[in-house]
Design a protein around this ligand. Structure first.
Ligand code: 5RP
Length: 220
């Protein structure tokens, strides 16, 4: 099976977690895109969706799925999104597509976070994938220096601006042994909007696409 076929497999499986007549939170990236394609098939059975990026909102609208502002939503039973890396503890690195802040906000509101990923994303320790850190442009250099102090190697994502008008520093070389602690530490640096560690609020369920089918981890 190709990586895209594995992504499609978990996207299909994730439909089982969508609550009828409710609003669903939808993530960003290629795996989330496959999920949107599946969601379109059952669009008449949901009340609408909250999108974690402008790109996701456009894809949802393209299918005629109603997209709601998060502020107008009281309850979000489930949020479905991909990851760049995930551990068996369901801690993740996200933000490869640059939508980390909105993803973290929608995930915070959701009762259940279902992560969908192909098996290449499951890692023993986070940090092989450079950690995205979203920062206010005027704090770019300061934040980069703070990342060096934490043992990282920061690199500005050239030519990229987030949906929030901010920039991203990708930090390689971090061996992340305590994800919740590092997540909080980086978020405390003035100028940081948020970082791509999703550990304080990790996933509740992981649907992992493998050659032998979908492997489920976490609790329902
Ligand atoms: C975007 C993300 C994505 O979930 C992450 O980059 C995974 O993407 P893909 O499904 O394309 O591998 O965090 O900000």
């Amino acid at each position: 099976m190709t990586q895209d076929e594995l992504k499609q497999l978990v996207a299909r499986e994730a439909i089982k977690y969508v609550v009828e007549d409710a609003i669903v939170g939808v993530g960003s990236g290629s795996t989330a895109d496959f999920f949107i394609d599946e969601l379109a098939k059952i669009k008449n059975r949901i009340a609408g969706a909250v999108a974690s990026s402008e790109k996701t909102a456009a894809r949802l609208k393209g299918y005629g799925i109603r997209v709601l502002e998060l502020n107008s939503v009281d309850e979000l039973p489930v949020y479905i999104d991909g990851a760049d890396e995930i551990t068996q503890h369901l801690h993740m690195i996200k933000g490869g597509g640059g939508a980390l802040t909105r993803e973290k906000i929608v995930a915070a509101v959701a009762k259940k976070f279902v992560c969908i990923a192909d098996e290449s994303k499951l890692v023993p320790v986070l940090g092989e994938f450079a950690l995205p850190v979203e920062v206010i442009p005027m704090a770019r250099s300061y934040c980069a220096r703070q990342m060096v102090k934490l043992g990282g190697n920061p690199r500005l994502r050239e030519g990229f601006t987030t949906d929030n008008g901010t920039v991203i520093i990708d930090v390689s070389g971090l061996k992340i042994l305590n994800p919740p602690e590092l997540e909080a530490k980086i978020n405390n640096i003035p100028g940081v909007v948020t970082n791509g560690l999703f550990a304080l609020r990790g996933a509740d369920v992981l649907l992992l696409g493998t050659a032998s089918g979908v492997k489920k981890m976490g609790s329902e």
